[in-house]
Design a protein around this ligand. Structure first.
Ligand code: GDP
Length: 427
């Protein structure tokens, strides 16, 4: 196997950064195919915490090529800050990074629109990260998006900015925002970006395709999670791009036949940020305990995440929409810190994910025996083989696998790279 796609199987924040980092040591190339700096991946390398938003989590290994694919939207200002921060830690040397000429660019006016819309009292609050991701994808679909390659062509850039200015400024005015899109200022800004961005740019579709053809091990990293997918998530409370494994092909420019395996990442429980359905959400003390134990605060925004028990029907839905061949279960150590543990196998009245009624689904909760012992978390954190895990944890994993029909490929028992139980072969 040479091409593995790794995606979030819940509402994002499943620990993709940690898992991709743990797998990237075996990869020659790590690529992202969708989203922008609304993603936030936390890596802990030698006890040091590093958060990446745009650069794929494979950046921790010198010599591994890191690709930002055509399906992404890139804010050059954020990208530059991230590169500088990574270089300071010695994690990224620069020549391992490639950016697609076809990716779309986030300008400041996309951020202004995003923020003003979220603040608009008459609008629907999606709970976006206000980073301009939605407006940039919207412009792309409306055929007035600005691609990375347009930055290199001043005439085309002016035409593209022209195509945006009237509508953008009218909307900013209506929303009461002070900022306006100024074409000359944006062109000057773009000229500055090109100076340092140019060495990274290439046809990444060709690069990834040739790597696969050459037998290289390619790891493809999704952003957010299945239930936030634009087509198959809890619409309209979703992100503005595809989060499913199927999107990896379109976002990178390779065919489905190039993918050998798809692993989905799930926490041992569930979290969600932003608005929208979340049937197993725990209010009150248990929710607070889970949030505290799991340190569930957004890596990108610092927002507290809602927490709840593992939602098996939602996970099975994600497994099927992604065609998962393996499951990576993270934060098992966190679950073990709870005084009791429960799961959801069904919702009342036969409701299922994808149904209209999912928004108000009432979970049927089942408490599990064998949990709630204080020494459980420590034993779980120290496990490096499946056999090291306590019986309650092993039967929990078996139950997840049986319900979803997907074998467990990896278990994460702590934030560190070594706190991982490898079960399946990644490549
Ligand atoms: P991502 O966007 O999917 O990469 O997820 P985040 O980085 O937003 O959140 C995952 C958080 O959980 C990070 O702080 C990780 O260091 C941490 N983490 C990942 N796996 C584990 C685990 O197995 N146990 C514990 N305790 N923390 C973990």
């Amino acid at each position: 196997m040479s091409t593995l796609v790794v995606v979030g199987a819940q509402w994002g924040d499943e620990g993709k950064g940690k898992v991709v980092d743990a797998l990237a040591s075996q990869a020659d190339l790590v690529a992202r195919y969708a989203g922008g700096n609304n993603a936030g991946h936390t890596l802990v390398v030698s006890g040091r915490k590093i958060v990446t938003h745009l650069v794929p989590s494979g950046c921790a290994y010198p010599g591994t090529l890191c690709v930002l694919g055509a399906g992404m939207v890139i804010d050059p200002e954020v990208f530059r800050q991230e590169i500088t921060a990574l270089q300071k830690t010695g994690m990224l040397l620069g020549d391992e990074l490639r950016v697609s000429l076809d990716a779309h660019v986030i300008f400041p006016f996309h951020r202004w629109l995003d923020g003003s819309r979220e603040d608009d009292v008459g609008g629907t609050r999606i709970g976006t990260t206000r980073r301009g991701i939605g407006p940039a994808y919207e412009a792309k679909a409306a055929r007035r998006g600005i691609r990375v390659r347009d930055l290199l062509n001043p005439t085309r850039l002016r035409e593209r900015l022209d195509a945006n200015a009237v509508a953008v400024n009218a909307e900013l005015e209506r929303l009461g925002a002070e900022d306006r899109l100024d074409i000359e200022a944006e062109i000057a800004r773009a000229v500055g970006w090109v100076v340092w961005l140019k060495p990274f740019l290439c046809d990444t579709g060709e690069l990834v395709d040739e790597s696969i053809r050459g037998g290289k091990r390619v790891l493809i990293e999704g952003a957010q999670g299945a239930l936030l997918d634009l087509d198959h998530g809890t619409y309209p409370y979703v992100t503005s791009s595809t989060t499913l494994a199927g999107g990896a092909c379109a976002g990178l420019g390779i065919g489905p036949t190039a993918i050998n395996a798809v692993w989905g990442i799930t926490k041992a429980y569930t979290t969600r940020v932003g608005a929208g359905p979340f049937p197993t959400r725990l209010d009150g003390e248990l929710g607070d305990l889970l949030r505290g134990a799991g340190d569930e605060f957004g890596a990108t925004t610092g927002r507290p995440r809602d927490c709840g028990w593992l939602d098996l029907p939602a996970l099975r839905y994600a497994a099927r929409r992604n065609g998962l061949t393996g499951l990576c279960v993270t934060k098992l150590d966190v679950l073990a810190q709870m005084p009791k543990v429960a799961i959801c196998r069904s919702y009342a009245d036969g409701v299922r994910p994808g149904h209209d009624e999912f928004e108000a689904a009432r979970p049927e909760i089942e408490f599990l025996p064998g949990w709630g012992a204080p020494e459980l978390a420590e034993r779980i954190s120290e496990a490096r083989e499946l056999e090291d895990l306590p019986a309650a944890a092993r039967s929990y994993l078996d139950m997840i696998s049986e319900f979803t029909g997907v074998p467990i490929a990896l278990v994460s028992v702590g934030p560190g790279r070594d706190q991982t139980v490898f079960i399946g072969e990644a490549f």
